[in-house]
Structure formats: structure tokens, C-alpha cells
Design a binder for this molecule. Structure first.
Ligand SMILES: Cc1ncc(COP(=O)(O)O)c(C=O)c1O
Length: 360
């Protein structure tokens, strides 16, 4: 089968150039004679890979020089623990803006470690929107405010950095990092699993302000301690060398294709195409409110839900894969991360038109 149009929510489509480059390096990494997965993390070859990955992240996101960039393991889910473990002393609490399943998880895990509460919760409204700044207020004694910039499951996305009223801001940017502009200096912690916009699973980007490093608790288990990870250059233990290599390749590709600005423009174009199709007919019902729509994940339903299975099955046969909505929302979800080409969305829209013509 030729390469499919991959609308999966993650691990997600990578640019073909990146996949081809990995294929080339698999048996012999940069002429070293050792394969990509067979090279020591202590070798000069790997050190230059991780150094380049971090410096490209720094320049692509304009990360202030005094911020720390770590490449960790454990996914965004481990950050649900690491953030409160590092940033909250016993008795301290944090606020969470709850805009979907992942921020619910962040709050649940925060409460296992320290204490936290939601200062806005969209569950009653079906998580079809993100709040505006006047809808929530940080609590007086909270140390930081946590939010999820893009809600992968529900297809909503913040269009502006939330107003934390001067409190440190922590963001889970797993599903839109480097796909939209990000004001790094407005945040104290940014974390993101790489497997959507930046590479394969198994690598987590963590960007920490000087405040976050300073505030980090001592006496944590070393693997969970931001300061230890900083001192060891993200190599307290053996890192995911393969994943970091792929990350570097994706970052090179983003750089060569107009940087984050270029990625954002392409992502906006893809999203505009699909949303205009969804809005063109009462055959389709969008999940997210217009002002909160994600440009990374479009979520929608067929008004006649009995048509969902035929839609998914026919799409699969045409090589349009990964379109089934998350099990807690149902319907259809088209994820359109950096690696997805506009042509794939054009194919999907063409199929939607044809499907609608045959079933309405
Ligand atoms: C916004 C968001 N946060 C967290 C996660 C969990 O990520 P991980 O599987 O890397 O722990 C996901 C996974 O899809 C996500 O989309």
C-alpha cells in the first residue's frame, strides 16, 4: 500500500524527508560506522545530535538564553507529576484551567502529589470551548496556573496566552508546540510530548524558566529532579537516542520550511479548508465553538450518526487513516499536525463532498 494520509492524533505523520533521512542513518549514523540505534549516548556523534536539537528548539521558539531546555522521557503524563513535585513545597497549591481530558488528568495527578483546584471547568459545556481571561481568576494562594494550549481530544485551542495575573504559567503544549507561535517568556514551564508535531513518542520537551529551576525542590528522586536533569544535560540516564535524532531531523525540516511561522501558516491553511467544508452544510456538525477551534485537531460529527461507520470504513479504503474521534467524544477527528501535507486535507475534503453527495 502507498503511504496513507495520516490524520491520526499521535504518534502522528512525519514529513517524508524525515522518514527517508532516518532510513539512511539507520545502519550508519553520519558516517560513524555505527547505526542510529546502536550509537552510545556518550559518543561525540550523539552529543552533537542532542546539542543541535536543543539549539534548533531555542532558535525556532526564541527561547530566552537563561531558560533551560531538557529532553526527557515519560511523556507529558510524567510532567503531570514532575511539575508539582518540583515546583510545589508541601502545603503549596496550584490552579488548573480545565479544558479537556488532559487538563483533567493534570489536575488529578497534581492532587496526588500536592494540592490543586480548577479555576475554570468546561466539562459541563462538553469541552467545546476555552475560556476568555475574564472567565477565571487565579486563587490567592496558588503558586502557578496550569493550562493545556491545545485540547487534542476535543479540538479546542487557546488563541492567546491565558492571563495568570502575574503568577507563573505552566503549559502542556503537547499537541501544538512548534505548530503555532509560542510566547516562551510568558511561561515558566512548557512541556510537550514530541509525538505529534515534533517527532516520535518517547521524547518530552521541557522548557524551564530560571524561576522554575530555582524553585525546584531538592531531595527528589534524581530522575524526577529538573535540576539534576539540567546538570546532566538531559542524560542522567540513557536518553531516547533514536527519538532525539528524529526530533533533530524534524526541527531541521521545520527550519528549512519557514520555521514556526511557516508551519503555522500551513496549519492555518489546512484548518481553514476543513472547517469551511464542515460549515458548508448541515450534513456535518462541528464540536468546537468557532472562536475556540483548534487548527491542529478538527472534531466534528455526521448529523446522521448511523453514517459514521460507513464514513470511516470508506475513508480507510481510500488511504485516509486515523479519522475516528477519540472514544470519549466519538464522531470524527482530523488531526493536522506539522507533518501533514495540505494535499492530504484536500483529499479528505474531496471525499467528504463525495460522501455527502451520495448520502444526502
Ligand atoms: C495535550 C496532551 N497532553 C498530554 C498527553 C499525554 O501525552 P503522553 O502520552 O506523552 O503522556 C496528550 C496525548 O495525546 C495530549 O494530547
Amino acid at each position: 500500500m502507498p503511504r496513507a494520509h495520516n490524520f491520526g492524533a499521535g504518534p502522528a505523520v512525519l514529513p517524508l524527508e524525515v522518514v527517508e533521512s532516518c532510513k539512511k542513518q539507520l545502519a550508519n549514523l553520519e558516517g560513524s560506522g555505527l547505526g542510529l540505534m546502536e550509537t552510545s549516548h556518550r559518543s561525540g556523534t550523539f552529543q552533537s545530535v542532542i546539542d543541535e536539537a536543543i539549539s534548533r528548539l531555542r532558535s525556532l521558539l526564541s527561547i530566552p538564553p537563561d531558560y533551560t531546555v531538557l529532553l526527557l522521557q515519560g511523556g507529558a503524563s510524567l510532567q503531570f507529576h514532575m511539575v508539582p513535585l518540583n515546583l510545589l513545597a508541601e502545603g503549596e497549591v496550584a490552579d488548573v484551567i480545565v479544558t479537556g481530558k488532559w487538563s483533567q488528568n493534570a489536575l488529578t495527578e497534581l492532587n496526588k502529589i500536592r494540592g490543586g483546584s480548577s479555576i475554570w471547568d468546561g466539562e459541563g459545556g462538553g469541552f467545546c470551548m476555552v475560556p476568555s481571561a475574564s472567565d477565571y481568576h487565579p486563587t490567592e494562594d496558588s503558586v502557578y496556573v496550569h493550562y493545556t494550549s491545545n485540547n487534542t481530544i476535543y479540538g479546542t485551542q487557546f488563541k492567546q496566552v491565558p492571563n495568570s495575573q502575574g503568577k507563573p504559567l505552566v503549559v502542556d503544549a503537547s499537541s501544538d508546540i512548534c505548530g503555532v507561535p509560542l510566547d516562551v517568556a510568558a511561561h515558566d514551564v512548557i512541556y510537550a510530548g514530541a509525538q505529534k508535531n515534533l517527532g516520535p513518542s518517547g521524547v518530552t520537551v521541557c522548557i524551564l524558566s530560571p524561576w522554575a529551576i530555582e524553585k525546584a525542590n531538592s531531595n527528589l528522586p534524581s530522575m524526577l529532579d529538573y535540576r539534576t536533569q539540567k546538570e546532566k544535560g538531559s542524560m542522567f540516564n540513557t536518553p531516547n537516542t533514536y527519538g532525539i535524532f528524529v526530533l533533530r531531523e524534524v526541527l531541521r525540516w521545520i527550519d528549512a520550511n519557514g520555521g514556526v511561522e511557516g508551519a503555522h501558516r500551513r496549519n492555518r491553511d489546512k484548518a481553514a479548508l476543513i472547517y469551511s467544508e464542515i460549515d458548508s452544510s448541515p450534513f456535518w456538525a462541528p464540536h468546537a465553538e468557532v472562536g475556540s477551534r483548534s487548527i491542529m485537531n478538527a472534531t466534528f460529527r455526521l448529523v446522521d450518526e448511523s453514517l459514521l461507520e460507513p464514513f470511516i470504513n470508506e475513508a480507510e479504503e481510500l488511504g485516509l487513516k486515523g479519522l475516528r474521534g477519540h472514544r470519549i467524544v466519538g464522531g470524527i477527528r482530523a488531526s493536522m499536525y506539522n507533518g501533514l501535507e495540505l494535499g492530504s486535507v484536500e483529499r479528505l475534503v474531496g471525499f467528504m463532498r463525495d460522501f455527502e453527495a451520495r448520502h444526502s
